[in-house]
Design a protein around this ligand. Structure first.
Ligand code: IPM
Ligand code: MG
Length: 365
């Protein structure tokens, strides 16, 4: 493994969970091999406080110069009141867009050890392995025009634009179908083609791409039905491909099938496979600074980073195995606690994963 990693801890619980992922990366770095460099930069509220903008030009430049980026989370009540165009979340969106990371992989895997932590019946979620491929740099998140304007009668209206080009739909569908080939070979494209023109085109293009993949089974589903089906019988899905906003919503929903949003990592890739890696949860200001946040989504994001951007799949496997061992040992942060388990804090969880990384610590698994 070799390469340069840019770490963007961000706001809220971001710095706490990123610190744990760094412990794991540092532990792996001590091992023989080409190694990698780790740099830090500011984004979100931290960058607003220091530079007046949520994505300083320097952060974007350094992100472009790196092989991979590991991000914590952005945002918090402190910055809610500031001018909309420079809020922390805009920094994250500008980073995704500036890096061109249009394909966002959000795997929702039900760890067997956490079957009791899901709000759904264990039988419904046992063995679940769904990959949500969310389009990340287009759609209503970025469409112009957007804003809040005053009408002639003095009342205001808010407006956004949902726009998708054929190329944008096609490239993310190709990524999803390629991914399905390496998995169970089934893609469900989720849209709202019964109401939205942008979705009508989405379905048409998805159908066209599907025709090039004889070996992959395709289905189309309206997003309302998909939300219902994900809770009713989630194991019917293999790969779900969908637009930016539908993917945002469905991935939060899917995370609860696994027990906690604190378990879901993500990888966002550009055309060449360069990536931005972040947990799917946000800055969680309600628990930040308390040392109770679950660092596993970030640690698992670091594993995805090693696999997809740093060409170190064996190290990624080791991290994922280590997380499994720690869960086997019954360690849980409060969000995944269930009867008979041991509740630990953020740092203890990170330390436990580091310890479980080492094959010869006398670990009995
Ligand atoms: C996510 C988050 C972000 C999004 C926010 C923080 C802008 O919810 O990554 O899912 O909506 O994309
Ligand atoms: Mg979200």
């Amino acid at each position: 493994m070799s390469g340069k990693i840019l770490v963007l801890p961000g706001d809220g619980i971001g710095p706490e969970i990123v610190a744990e992922a760094l412990k794991i990366l540092e532990a792996l770095r001590e091992e023989p091999g080409p190694g990698f460099e780790i740099e830090r930069a500011a984004i979100g509220g931290e960058a607003i406080d220091a530079h007046g903008v949520p994505l300083p030009g320097e952060t974007l430049e350094r992100a472009r110069a790196c092989d991979a980026i590991l991000l914590g989370a952005v945002g918090g009540p402190r910055w809610d009141g500031i001018e909309r165009s420079i809020r922390p979340e805009r920094g994250l969106l500008a980073l995704r867009s500036g890096l061109g990371v249009f394909a966002n992989f959000r795997p929702a895997i039900a760890w067997p050890q956490l079957a009791g932590a899901s709000t759904l019946k264990p039988d419904v979620v046992r063995g679940l392995d769904v990959l949500i491929v969310r389009e990340l740099t287009g759609g209503i998140y970025f469409g112009q025009p957007r804003g809040i304007r005053e009408r002639d009668d003095g009342r205001r209206e808010g407006f956004n634009t949902l726009v998708y080009s054929e190329e944008e739909i096609e490239r993310v569908c190709v990524v999803a179908f390629d991914a399905a080939r390496r998995r169970a070979g089934r893609v469900c494209s989720v849209d709202k083609a019964n109401v939205l023109e942008a979705s009508e085109l989405w379905r048409e293009v998805a159908t066209r791409v599907a025709a090039r993949y004889d070996d992959v089974e395709v289905r189309h589903m309206y997003v309302d039905n998909a939300a219902m089906q994900l809770v009713r019988a989630p194991k019917q899905f293999d790969v779900i491909v969908t637009s930016n906003m539908f993917g945002d919503i469905l991935s939060d929903l899917a995370s609860m099938l696994t027990g906690s949003i604190g378990m879901l990592p993500s990888a966002s890739l550009d055309v060449s496979g360069k990536g931005l890696y972040e947990p799917i949860h946000g800055a969680a200001p309600d628990i930040s600074g308390q040392g109770v946040a679950n660092p596993l989504a970030t640690i698992l994001s670091a594993a995805m980073m090693l696999r997809y951007s740093l060409d170190a799949p064996a190290l990624a496997d080791r991290i994922e195995t280590a997380v499994g061992r720690v869960l086997d040992d019954g360690l849980r942060t409060p969000d995944i606690e269930s009867p008979g388990t041991t509740v630990v804090g953020t740092a203890e969880m990170g330390d436990a994963v580091v310890a479980a990384l080492r094959p010869h610590t006398g670990h009995n698994h």
